[in-house]
Design a protein around this ligand. Structure first.
Ligand code: C2E
Ligand code: CA
Ligand code: CA
Length: 426
């Protein structure tokens, strides 16, 4: 039976106190190390390889400092206890920070797992009990909150607990409540960003991007609430509300323009979500071939088997699949050839590199690959006429970005849908 993390940590702290000959009041830092994207390693390389990676990381943590006691507390998580003596001067915090940085470095060395070489990263949350007055539970809670902040920062980082994080937590709780109500009150709306044909500058489709008209906080973008929606289990309600509204709005567009919608990685791995989405699209009367689901590379790779089931369900019904944010994740060019896709969207970061020779070559390789596979390529984040011109010359079919228009409310999208090609100097 698995021992709960708190019990393991309590036991280890009691042991350290006994070693130090103290009943209590042992200043201590707790570092929680969580391996980023561990599930991906399990899926790509197999569970035995995943276990080997965890063993490697445990060794590396243990070797990074003599004073560190390393405990495996979860599939991809370690608790590292660090008794420190020089707390009064603040030196204790610095020691914990330094050790955390050393841990990140140690974890990051490449590991060979059969045919794969992985470059692991980890997130670390630190909580320090300066005076030995906190309970193990309080210490663990602080380190876990700090770890969530490190994860939210995108992984590969260290965060030390500070009391302001409690305020953040309560702010989050309020926002979660607001979101629940906001979904029912219809405050979450699709805005539409045009995707244009780079040759003709005509709008080919709109991507629906969620916006929240919050009654007190104003207009919020997805970065401010999407994670909360996922953690609160509200992401499916959000998706279905978006699909319902977007299908209704798209019914008013002239020329039967296409409509793209985004799915979260978790939704891609749950084949029932695709079935419910299909029901909404069919009920709306919209032709499925106008509808594209955008799936990021990481979502595709997260659970390959489940993602393929979702993709097959959608494609068999006539819905198209676009690989979103290409160039930011793990997918190799050769892997793209094996994925059942209809379109590729090149991430904004690659488009920004168009100014360099190497960047242009890279984008051209993706565009050529798309052409050879009969998959139109869309470039995201086009902000300058020069980028649009270069991409058109390279042979990229579609473009999206502030140059052509930002995400706009449904009424404006409906007007744009009937308008002449976007007149933009090149
Ligand atoms: P994404 O799917 O890659 O969408 C493109 C994002 O880039 C949008 O940000 C868009 O406003 C922004 N963008 C477009 N052109 C430019 C440009 O020229 N320059 C710059 N700097 N940015 C540009 P937004 O709307 O904040 O959405 C961020 C991400 O949130 C989206 O990235 C998507 O992953 C996610 N998202 C948005 N709406 C939804 C939704 O309804 N459901 C789900 N699951 N995810 C959504
Ligand atoms: Ca997208
Ligand atoms: Ca994208």
């Amino acid at each position: 039976m698995r021992v709960p993390p708190l019990r393991l940590i309590e036991h280890a702290i009691a042991h350290l106190r006994a070693q130090a000959g103290r009943d209590h009041a042992l200043p201590i830092s707790l570092l929680i190390v969580n391996v980023d994207r561990f599930k991906l390693v399990n899926d790509l390389c197999g569970h035995a390889a995943g276990d080997r990676l965890i063993e490697h990381i445990r060794d590396r943590c243990a070797r990074s400092s003599r004073n560190l006691q390393v405990i495996h507390i979860g599939a991809d998580e370690f608790a590292c206890l660090l008794p420190v003596t020089a707390f009064d001067s603040g030196e204790g915090d610095r020691i914990a920070d330094r050790i955390a940085e050393r841990l990140l470095e140690a974890v990051g060395d490449p590991v060979s797992l059969g045919r794969h070489i992985v470059h692991p990263t980890a997130s670390i949350g630190i909580a320090t009990d300066r005076f030995g007055t906190l309970s193990p539970e309080e210490l663990l809670r602080g380190a876990s909150i700090a770890l969530s902040h490190a994860k939210q920062a995108g992984g590969g980082t260290v965060q030390r607990f500070c009391p302001a994080m409690f305020a953040d937590l309560s702010d989050r709780a309020t926002l979660e409540d607001d979101l629940r109500g906001g979904l029912l009150r219809g405050e979450l709306l699709p805005y539409y960003q045009p995707i244009v044909s780079l040759g003709s500058r005509k709008i080919a489709r709109f991507e629906a991007l969620v916006r929240w008209h919050h009654p007190h906080r104003g207009l919020l973008g997805p970065d401010q609430f999407l994670t909360i929606a996922e953690e609160a289990g509200l992401d499916d309600d959000l998706l279905f509300s978006m699909v319902r509204q977007a299908c209704r709005n798209a019914g008013e567009w002239e020329g039967r323009l296409g409509l793209s919608i985004n799915m979260t990685p978790r939704q891609v791995c749950d084949p029932t979500v695709a079935l419910r989405l299909l029901r909404i699209v069919f009920a709306s009367g919209m032709r499925p071939d106008r509808f594209t689901v955008e799936i990021t590379e990481d979502a595709m790779m997260h659970n390959v088997v489940a993602a393929q089931e979702t993709v097959s369900t959608l494609r068999e019904a006539g819905i198209r699949i676009a690989l979103d944010d290409f160039g930011t994740g793990y997918t190799s060019l050769s892997r793209i050839c094996q994925l059942p896709l209809d379109m590729i969207k090149i991430d904004r970061s690659l488009i920004q590199s168009l100014d360099t020779d190497a960047g242009r070559k890279l984008v051209k390789v993706v565009v050529d690959l798309g052409q050879s596979l009969s998959m139109p390529v869309t470039a995201e984040g086009i902000e300058t006429p020069r980028q649009a011109r270069l991409l058109n010359e390279i042979g990229c079919t579609f473009g999206q970005g502030y140059l052509f228009g930002r995400a706009a409310p449904a009424s404006l999208a409906a007007r744009l849908a009937g308008a002449a090609p976007l007149a933009i100097a090149s």
